[in-house]
Write a protein that binds this ligand. Structure first.
Ligand code: HEC
Length: 125
């Protein structure tokens, strides 16, 4: 039992260290943690989209223009965001689709085998 517990603790510790390293790296590269990237209409998006939640709830997402349009609609139909006119809608969705557009892949590539932790399970065959 203690062997398993120890191994698990070590793995959690390593994973936490790994994520902390990633986090610090990202923080150093971001202009300020969680802020919208500077660009045309970034002030409008900041003013409109950070009234109820942080910018990072938005910027951790990506998507096409249609996807962002759906999200902006959802904020209004389900989350109580006041209605905005078509021009403002266009400016916000355009900004989001430009700076937080659809990524080629939403998930990172798999880790190389040498970076994977030991498999604690016996092979089935
Ligand atoms: C009136 C309040 C309000 C405003 C203004 C608002 N939101 Fe939200 N938003 C919410 C709430 C509530 C949630 C759900 C939070 C949760 O699930 O913890 C949310 C969640 C989100 C999510 C995460 C959805 C998911 O499925 O993970 C995105 C993306 C988002 N908002 C984008 C926007 C954008 C873009 C704007 C500006 C156009 C905006 N929000 C303005 C209230 C708002």
């Amino acid at each position: 039992m203690s062997g398993i517990t120890l191994q698990r603790t070590r793995r959690v510790g390593l994973t936490a260290t790994w994520f902390m390293a990633l986090g610090l790296n990202n923080l150093a590269n971001a202009q300020a943690a969680g802020d919208f990237v500077d660009g045309e209409n970034s002030d409008l998006v900041t003013a409109t989209c950070t009234r109820c939640h942080s910018a990072s709830l938005v910027t951790q997402n990506s998507g096409s223009r249609d996807v962002w349009q759906l999200r902006v609609n959802l904020m209004q139909s389900a989350h109580g965001m006041p209605a905005i006119d078509a021009a403002m809608q266009e400016a916000i969705v355009g900004y989001l689709a430009t700076y937080y557009g659809q990524k080629a892949a939403a998930r990172r590539a798999a880790l190389a085998p040498e970076f994977l932790p030991d498999n604690p399970y016996d092979a089935a065959d």
